[in-house]
Ligand binder design. Structure first.
Ligand code: DQA
Length: 144
């Protein structure tokens, strides 16, 4: 069974109440259960996690390498400035594992500082702007 870690960065645990006009009304628990349902339909062994800590997110990316897991990564604000997260993400794709960067919103349609992703250059691909479907599409890519 293909293993996949779905990793969420800072503030994504606040989904549902955080700027619902941008991120929607589904809360983090709802996101988790939608992801686990789709993953099992696709025959994926998924683990869905969220952290506000850059160090923890990096250790999870190392874990993906060590366990041969594909990754769906919403780095949240780390997207725009965390070279350490980029370097850890690069370890995943250099190991031959898929890493799909996802965003709920379309950062390119928002403030200037969100237009750049320091992660995208080492990701297998990027899916943004489709709400929760960004994650579900990423799972499909990993299953295919
Ligand atoms: C986000 C977009 C980022 O710019 C922002 O910092 C987030 C969420 C998204 O999923 O749309 O926290 O990654």
């Amino acid at each position: 069974m293909t293993k996949v870690l779905v990793l969420n960065g800072p503030n994504l645990g606040r989904l549902g109440s955080r700027e619902p006009e941008i991120y929607g009304t589904l809360d983090y628990a709802g996101l988790q259960s939608a992801l686990l349902k789709t993953a099992s339909e696709l025959g994926l062994d998924a683990d869905v996690r969220q952290t506000n800590s850059e160090a923890e997110l990096i250790s999870w990316l190392h874990e993906a390498v060590d366990t041969g897991s594909s990754v769906v990564l919403n780095p949240a604000a780390f997207t725009h400035y965390s070279y350490a997260t980029r370097d850890a993400a690069a370890l995943v794709t250099k190991a031959g594992l898929k890493l799909v960067e996802v965003h709920i919103s379309n950062p390119h349609a928002r403030e200037e500082f969100r237009h750049n992703s320091v992660i995208a250059g080492v990701a297998s691909g990027v899916i943004a702007g489709f709400g929760v479907d960004s994650y579900l599409l990423a799972l499909r890519v990993i299953a295919s």
